[in-house]
Design a protein around this ligand. Structure first.
Ligand SMILES: [Zn+2]
Length: 154
């Protein structure tokens, strides 16, 4: 495991703990906090509604390269295509591009630095972060948290 990423991840879990900083909206799909807690596991809730993360390498989707589409677990919106997925070596599912009209972004200042957070533009669920060290043609790395996603094979 990449040590820098492990450290960032550990810091994220420390600094992100208990801080509900979910995107504000308004969103097309809205649910009460109780509804979210009912439909999500505690890990999914922490990631999607409190901007938590998952342990690197823990998502089965990290190693999936079948043709298909990755949907938002919170509202089923289609977010990412397998055509844009690549192995970043980080242990998180990574994409160099996103489907049109799928996500919104905002600044995340929790880690002594400014990162670009991304969330579903239909329900506001946190998906991951976007970095500038991805492959061509976009040069972007959408670093996603697997529990936020549902994969549907084509
Ligand atoms: Zn959604």
């Amino acid at each position: 495991m990449n040590r820098r990423i492990f450290t960032m991840s550990a810091l994220a879990s420390v600094f992100g703990a208990g801080r509900a900083t979910a995107a504000k909206g308004p969103f097309e799909v809205t649910r009460t906090d109780a509804e979210w807690r009912t439909m999500l596991t505690p890990l999914q809730y922490n990631v999607m509604r409190e901007e938590g993360t998952e342990r690197a390498g823990s998502s089965p989707l990290d190693k999936v390269y079948d043709a298909g589409v990755y949907h938002c677990r919170g509202c089923d919106q289609a977010l990412y295509s397998s055509e844009h997925k690549y192995d970043s070596g980080t242990g998180w599912p990574s994409f160099f591009d996103v489907l049109p009209n799928a996500i919104e972004t905002m600044e995340d200042r929790r880690l002594f630095t400014v990162r670009t957070e991304c969330h579903c533009d239909r329900c506001g669920s946190h998906l991951g972060h976007i970095f500038n060290d991805g492959p061509a043609p976009t040069g972007l790395r959408h670093c996603l948290i697997g529990v936020s996603l549902v994969f549907r094979a084509a």
